[in-house]
Design a protein around this ligand. Structure first.
Ligand SMILES: [Zn+2]
Length: 115
């Protein structure tokens, strides 16, 4: 098996081989270290999310204020559209509470009252 430069996110070992693909085409890897509990993982591991650089975030905000939508901004800056949307979501989280939280609490309160 060809060596990869992928490190296991759990044991940080290089004893890693390719292990098929996700339905969305993402490469899966398998840690071959017998002491390691994590056998299968993805390269884009969630511990290291790809976040737009501060300057890119500034450009995203500027373009959004100019009325551009996420798709236009992603094309203009050459960023993935989902990355632009993620910046939008981070900004909205700073300025307003998440919409879902309040209704979920109300439903839980109703359940308690009914029971
Ligand atoms: Zn490992």
């Amino acid at each position: 098996m060809a060596l990869t430069q992928v490190r296991c996110p759990d044991c940080n070992g290089l004893n890693v081989v390719k292990y098929g693909k996700q339905p969305n085409g993402e490469q899966r890897y398998s840690c071959q270290d017998p002491r390691c509990e994590r056998t299968i993982f993805l390269l884009n591991y969630r511990n290291q999310p790809a976040v737009a650089s501060p300057s890119a975030r500034t450009r995203i905000i500027e373009l959004a204020l100019d009325g551009a939508d996420a798709m236009e901004i992603s094309e203009t800056l050459g960023l993935p559209e989902e990355e632009v949307i993620r910046v939008f979501q981070q900004l909205s989280r700073l300025t307003a509470p998440p919409v879902g939280v309040r209704s979920r609490n109300r439903r839980a309160a109703t359940k308690i009252a009914a029971g």
